[in-house]
Every structure is written in C-alpha cells, then in structure tokens.
Design a binder for this molecule. Structure first.
Ligand SMILES: NC(=O)c1ccc[n+]([C@@H]2O[C@H](COP(=O)([O-])OP(=O)(O)OC[C@H]3O[C@@H](n4cnc5c(N)ncnc54)[C@H](OP(=O)(O)O)[C@@H]3O)[C@@H](O)[C@H]2O)c1
Length: 351
C-alpha cells in the first residue's frame, strides 16, 4: 500500500545488470550521508568517501532505495527508551556514532559478489538488512554473508522492498515469541507505524482478531490493513474499557505491562517492542507475562516477509519518499513520530 507521496516512485525499477562483474570493480569513491555527531538532522552531512573493499564473502549492493527508520532517528538523537541511555552510547559510540553512515535496510542491485558468495550474481535485484551494522545511506553498501539478503520479487518496487524489513522483522519476531494463534485477540498500539502496520497484517494473517490503536486520521488505513476494529487513542483509553485481549503489543512505548495488566486475559502476553529497560526486565504477573528485547536479523524471517508480500498477504505501507539528497528532511519527518508505515529515500542523482 503506497500512500499518497510528495515524490514519484524511484525511476530505477528495472533489474538491468550492471557492468561490474567482481569485487575488483568496486567503486573507488562513493557518496554517503555521514552522521558526524549526535543531535538534530543538521549533523547529517553528505560526503564523498573511499569506496568499500568487499571481502570474499561479501555482496556489494548499489543502493536504489533505503528506509529512514525510527532506529536511524533514535541513534542520531540518542533519544532512546528510558534506561537505555548508557547502553546506547556503549553500543553506538560514546561521543559520536562509531558507524557514521546510518541506514539499516536496503533495496538495490548487486554490483559485485565475493568469490565465496553463492546464490547472487551482479545485476540481481535484492533487498537486504544491514541492521545494527548500518551503512545503507550511501550509494553502495556491503552486506556480509551473515546479513539477511534475498532476491526482490518483481511484484515489489525497490521503494516497497526497502520499506518491508524494519517494521516487518520486528512484528514477525514478536508475534512468533508470543506464539500468537488463530482466534486470539490481539491489540496493536501504534497500528499506523512501521512495526504496527506490519503487525496488524501479520496477526490478521495468522487468524487473530486484531484491534488497532491509532488516531482518528489513521483509522481508515488500519482497517484497510485488516484490523477488525480500532480504538482512537485520542478519544478513548482502551484500559478503561471492559474488553480483554490475549496479546497487547505496544509498538510505540505508550503504555506499560503494569497499566495493561487488567486488559490482558489469563495467559496474556504484553509485547514491549519499544519499552523502557524496566519493561524489558518486568517479571511475569500470575499467568501473564511481558516480552521485550531486540528482534534478530534472520534471513529466513526476511524471506518469509518477502513471500507474504509476493502473495499479497503483506502490503508495504510507504508514507513518503525523498530523494537521497534530501535525507535530512526525511530524518526530520520521521522524528515527528507521526509517520505512517515507512519513509524511504531513493535515487541518487548521477555524479
Ligand atoms: N525491539 C525491536 O527490535 C524493535 C525493532 C524495530 C523498532 N523498534 C522500536 O519500535 C518503535 C516503533 O517504531 P516504528 O518505526 O514503527 O514507529 P513509527 O512508525 O515512527 O511510529 C509512528 C506512528 O505511531 C503512531 N503513534 C504515536 N503515538 C501513538 C500512541 N500513543 N498510540 C497509538 N499510535 C501512536 C503515530 O500515529 P499518530 O500520528 O496518529 O499518533 C504514527 O503513525 C520505535 O521506538 C523503535 O525504536 C523496536
């Protein structure tokens, strides 16, 4: 589902082979957005940097589309859920980002493959996850064999492909951890966001009865994604109703296990996708429990998302696209916390 955007889809929608047949032909320089400090979007600077040197097990991808995710903004601003401040600095760099080129997800074309790589050829259209290693906000990125990389189905544009992994992998992981079954009642807080819009669809696909929590302006979107009903959080507090759910997934950190406890059925699971350290450490209360932590980067999960998207069971939700040259504007929009689904940057201009 591509929402009305201020930019047309990327013009690079063909999988035409590129010239470079091997890692020896990797570019000597590339343009990349460098996050040289923590702070506002102004800390992002477009630079020309030395080209990558892919190893024998690496795939070099020419980046045609990359998501600008809430994780990119969290890393740049260091606005992390409560309790994660020091851990964030230790993970990402004490004084400034250790990996200064952000960007966790990529869709593009394989430019070159290392000699030990199997299953990919120069010219293949792919989508991949650099994850916490990042580096996708550049003309080219290197994905080691340990990172999820799959072929892009023709049905998906590069923009749609780049929009899938961030929200989709998190939603899939948490639904799996909660072992959501057909017939269970699932409430998704933040149902219009990247994680939430994927979770609504994936839970519905499993046969769950889905309630989406969103604002009035996003009700139509969330119902179109498959929610059976919605709660407008600006008008109603679901914890003050008599309704109960088997699973409550908070994808935006707007609640806590404690405040949702009375809204959970026996054996209910609270999914703390974006919660504080306290939520992560929350102990079970009777038969009810809280589930948190980071979603892993697994190729089988990415392949499952792609298969579901190919089958039409998972619609990519793309709010806005921006040209790569406007990456700070994309960051600023994501930072509002109001985006619907994903924001994607596309189409580096010819150098
Ligand atoms: N644990 C993990 O491994 C993992 C993985 C991925 C992401 N995350 C975390 O998950 C969080 C969500 O990421 P995201 O990219 O999905 O966020 P997002 O797309 O930026 O979320 C924005 C959406 O949330 C809605 N929203 C905001 N406040 C809300 C509220 N109180 N109730 C209901 N909806 C609300 C907004 O709608 P309105 O404008 O209508 O309010 C907007 O559509 C982030 O904190 C991210 O760091 C964690």
């Amino acid at each position: 589902m591509t929402l009305p955007t201020p930019m047309p889809d990327t013009p690079h929608t063909s999988a035409a082979p590129f010239a470079s047949p091997s890692a020896a032909h990797a570019p000597t320089t590339l343009r990349a957005w460098v996050c040289h400090d923590y702070g506002g979007a102004e800390v992002l600077e477009l630079q020309t940097r030395p080209g990558p040197t892919p190893g024998p097990r690496d795939v070099l991808v020419r980046v045609l589309a990359a998501s600008v995710s809430s994780a990119d903004v969290r890393i740049r601003t260091q606005n992390l859920p409560r309790g994660f401040g020091l851990l964030g600095r230790l993970a990402f760099g004490l004084a400034r980002p250790r990996q200064p080129v952000l960007g966790t997800d990529v869709a593009g074309v394989v430019e070159a493959v290392g000699r030990d790589v199997q299953g990919f050829q120069p010219g293949d259209a792919v989508l991949g996850v650099a994850g916490v290693a990042m580096g996708c906000h550049a003309e080219y990125c290197v994905l080691p064999a340990t990172k999820p990389l799959v072929h892009k189905p023709a049905r998906l544009s590069f923009v749609e492909a780049a929009s899938l992994p961030f929200g989709g992998l998190a939603a899939l992981h948490f639904l799996n951890k909660a072992q959501v079954r057909a017939g269970e009642r699932v409430l998704v807080i933040g149902a219009s966001g990247a994680v939430g819009s994927a979770m609504v669809q994936l839970a519905r696909h499993r046969g769950a009865l889905v309630t989406g929590v969103c604002s009035a302006g996003n009700v139509a979107l969330v119902l179109a994604l498959g929610a059976h009903d919605v709660v407008d959080y600006t008008a109603q507090d679901f914890t003050q109703t008599a309704q109960r759910w088997d699973v409550i997934a908070d994808t935006v950190g707007a609640s806590s296990f404690a405040t949702c406890l009375a809204s959970l059925n026996e054996h209910g699971r609270y999914l703390s996708v974006a919660g504080s350290l306290m939520e992560l450490l929350a102990r079970p209360r009777g038969t009810r429990r809280s589930i948190g932590g980071p979603a892993p980067e697994r190729v089988q999960d990415l392949q499952m998302l792609v298969d579901l998207a190919r089958a039409g069971a998972l619609q990519p939700v793309v709010d806005r696209t921006y040209p790569f040259t406007d990456l700070p504007a994309a960051h600023a929009y994501v930072e509002t916390g109001r985006k619907r689904g994903a924001v994607v940057v596309v189409a580096w201009p010819e150098p």
